[in-house]
Design a protein around this ligand. Structure first.
Ligand code: DAH
Length: 349
């Protein structure tokens, strides 16, 4: 019995409030274990009563010591709980801070915001248009010929006006953000300086390089005497801001129904610096956007006098921008919500 008492005293002296997690509850458990009705103290006291008289003195002293130790410890713990804990008894103010998991922006939102900010610095404002559009704004007003292949069901998702009528209507999911140009020009008079970010849809099989949903940022500048030189300088500024001050641009002649002349713009490869690598396929150049001078037919269709005004337009894919900037190899990663992918962009804002 003596050794048992000594062990208990030892245990009590060594007990530390820091080891308790749910402090208030565990202090109570501690008290009950030693001083409760069926606790250690009472149990030992029962045994004490049965002892021969000659042992009682020594054991009585030991038991007293144990009781005092337990009482002192419970007192100490209770004081701690009262002093250090919040008034509702639930919060231990001595606990180390719990770092809440922070969410982060999706890399496409980050990229889209960055593009918008770069253009905002030179006076472009933001406009948005509907994702469900009509043929007129997406194709006709943009000078697409009636038999242009982009109007084909293979490329465009058409929306049926009436259920069960299985023929194309003129309501569709926009295939590019260029249609927003039309909506802006219909309601604003020049000077117009806007960018138009948004989601677009194309009937494509999903692969590492293609997706049926992606994002574009469209740009439009219409005023008196806007020239191709303005277009070139604006895009050079953009390329340097987006991909670094050493970035160079190259404009290649191209064709779009809504611009004349049209061009595709390449930037010097930001991976190899233009020397040639597997990302730029050895050419030193990466294609990043389409652009051109707004076709006079488009200005006229939108009620802007093409004899008085000229303009330039451009359109770029946000997924592609982010791929080049952050070296992302597979388009599907953007939409899979795999946290291992998303967390890589936690620190870019
Ligand atoms: N709409 C074109 C596309 O989806 C991109 C584009 C090219 C937009 C030239 C423009 C432009 O504004 O001028 O591929």
């Amino acid at each position: 019995m003596k050794t048992l008492i000594t062990q208990y005293i030892e245990e009590i002296r060594n007990a530390r409030i820091e080891d308790f997690k749910d402090k208030a509850a565990e202090v109570e458990q501690f008290r009950v274990r030693f001083l409760g009705r069926k606790g250690v103290m009472n149990e030992l006291f029962e045994q004490f009563k049965a002892l021969p008289n000659e042992q009682k003195k020594e054991m009585g002293i030991a038991l007293n010591e144990l009781k005092n130790a337990a009482m002192a410890k419970v007192e100490e713990f209770k004081n701690f709980v009262e002093e250090k804990m919040d008034t509702d008894g639930c919060h231990d103010l001595t606990m180390p801070a719990d770092f809440a998991q922070r969410g982060s922006r999706h890399v496409l939102s980050v990229t889209m915001n960055e593009i918008a900010e770069i253009f905002a610095r030179i006076g472009f404002t933001i406009e948005e248009g509907p994702e469900i559009e009509d043929d007129y704004h997406v194709f006709t007003a943009l000078n697409f010929a009636l038999d242009h292949p982009a109007r084909d069901m293979q490329d465009t998702f058409f929306i049926e006006k009436e259920p069960n009528v299985n023929k194309p209507t003129d309501v569709l999911l926009r295939t590019h953000t260029s249609g927003v140009q039309v909506r802006v020009m219909e309601r604003q008079k020049p000077p117009i300086r806007v960018i138009m970010p948004g989601r677009v849809f194309r009937n494509e099989a999903i692969s590492a390089r293609a997706h049926c949903i992606f994002h574009q940022v469209e740009g439009l500048y219409v005023d008196k005497k806007v020239t191709f030189a303005d277009l070139k300088q604006t895009l050079l500024y953009f390329a340097k801001e987006m991909f670094g001050p050493d970035t160079q641009i190259r404009l290649r002649p191209s064709y779009f129904p809504f611009t004349e002349p049209s061009a595709e713009m390449d930037i010097s490869c930001n991976i190899c610096g233009g020397k040639g690598c597997n990302i730029c396929k050895g050419t030193g150049w990466l294609e990043i956007l389409g652009c051109g001078m707004v076709d006079p037919n488009v200005l006229d269709a939108c009620g802007i006098d093409s004899k008085e005004y000229t303009g330039f337009a451009f359109g770029m894919g946000v997924e592609r921008m982010a791929m080049l900037k952050y070296q992302i190899r597979d388009l599907r990663l953007y939409f899979e919500n795999d946290l291992r992918f998303l967390h890589q962009f936690d620190n870019i804002i």
